[in-house]
Design a protein around this ligand. Structure first.
Ligand code: HSE
Length: 412
């Protein structure tokens, strides 16, 4: 069976490497006699690459070659990845992708094209890098009603927060290190502003709850405003700061979904997830909590998931796996302000005594936090649980303080 790889960046080159290095054991797991890469599509030149003879620049060569049964899309972005993937599916070729933006924004159309053409569109690598998560949700947990998903879905931001927490490293130095290690997206804004995690929770929410969820419908905050002061206060509260993606099914058939920094109690299974690791905590009505953990970014972990999908396609060449979800419906994701939770607040005040009195008058039970070397004019506290809307209205009503940081407290 012939495969084409579109995009020879970090993940694409990892796919080629694994298919070559583990060729013999891969073949044993495939119904096909052989799996070979026929073409590698990339606009750059790779004259010294061992696969130099396979590089092409014209996508139509792949499209019009009937021997190519599976196409790997590791280009990233939506354009031209979507057009290429759609054209391949319409020709009856199966498509495997690691591209979460493509799946989160165009997944429904591509799954539909796969269905119409009796082909497969698989994307295990799009969430959690090397962690098996898409197939376990759609197959192993299929007997469950999934109630909630909470996850650390971005390796770069987890790596950065870890360096800030454990090594007191600056945000900028930690980001540079993550980029040097090949964890970050081409434009790291997608990592640090939470867009990457947002795309991934969209995919998980669609799989778990059965309807497409578009990134625009999810309130998303990144980690750029997190300071070492917030990290110190979280520590004094027995917690750590993590970028958490969360989606929860509600009784009215809608869902709550959010990506934001969160104060996570150290007793949570997500609190100890360090470095570039990701973890996904799924609550099933039959299984209870199930946690998936592993490397969420990097060349070979992500390529491992892509190659597993290629093997799956090779075993299902003549039939489509029943896999997908329904269309989005309007107002399916509720306004995040309607969720009940508590907030951590760090604020500036000119009069600590009066601010403390106002905080206690406004909130039924607020927990005041302390940290070493806090400036005189700083105050930090955790509110009791109310809707986020009410909490923010109450915060606005306190004249003695100017909030500097407001972070959700996660009950994951
Ligand atoms: N930039 C992503 C991350 C890569 O850091 O998790 C994997 O999707």
């Amino acid at each position: 069976m012939y495969v084409a790889v579109m995009g020879y960046g970090t993940v694409g080159s990892g796919v080629v490497e694994i298919l070559s290095k583990n060729h013999d054991s891969i073949i044993k797991k495939s119904a096909q006699n052989d799996i070979q890469i026929k073409y590698i599509l990339d606009r750059n030149e790779f004259p010294n690459d061992p696969n130099a003879d396979k590089f092409i620049k014209d996508f139509n060569i792949i499209l019009n070659d009937d021997d190519v049964k599976v196409v790997v899309e590791t280009m990233g972005g939506v354009t031209p990845a979507f057009d290429f993937a759609l054209a391949c599916l319409n020709k009856g070729k199966s498509v495997v992708t690691s591209n979460k933006e493509l799946v989160a924004t165009k997944g429904l159309e591509l799954l539909d094209a796969a269905k119409r053409n009796n082909a497969n569109f698989l994307f295990e690598a799009s969430v959690g890098g090397g962690i098996p998560i898409i197939r376990p949700i759609s197959q192993c947990l299929a007997a469950n009603e999934i109630e909630e998903i909470s996850g650390i879905l971005n390796g770069t931001t987890n790596f950065i927060l870890g360096k800030m927490i454990n090594d007191n490293m600056s945000f900028e130095d930690a980001l540079k290190l993550a980029q040097d290690n090949g964890y970050a997206e081409k434009d790291p804004t997608a990592d640090i502003e939470g867009f990457d995690a947002c795309r991934k929770i969209c995919i998980l929410a669609a799989l778990c709850f059965g309807k497409h969820v578009y990134p625009e419908s999810i309130h998303t905050e990144g980690i750029t405003k997190i300071t070492l002061a917030d990290i110190a206060y979280a520590q004094s509260f027995g917690s750590v700061v993590k970028l958490i993606a969360n989606a929860k099914k509600l009784d009215n058939g809608k869902i709550y979904a959010i990506v934001s920094p969160a104060i996570v109690n150290k007793s949570s299974q997500l609190a100890g997830v360090d470095d570039v690791f990701n973890a996904v905590l799924i609550k099933g009505d039959a299984t209870g909590d199930v946690v998936f953990y592993g490397k969420g970014a990097g060349k070979l972990p992500t390529a491992s998931a892509v190659v597993a999908d290629v093997i799956d396609c090779s075993n299902n060449l003549e039939r489509r796996k029943d896999f997908g979800w329904d269309d989005y419906v309007e107002d399916y994701v509720i306004d995040h302000l309607d969720k009940e939770l508590s907030l951590y607040v760090r604020a500036k005040t000119n009069d600590t005594g009066s601010a403390l009195a106002s905080i206690h008058n406004t909130f039924d039970k607020a927990t005041i936090l302390n940290r070493c070397d806090a400036p005189q004019d700083e105050i930090a506290f955790v509110t009791p649980i109310e809707t986020e809307r009410t909490l923010r209205q109450k915060l606005d009503s306190i004249n003695d303080i100017t909030p500097l940081s407001v972070i959700r407290v996660c009950d994951c």
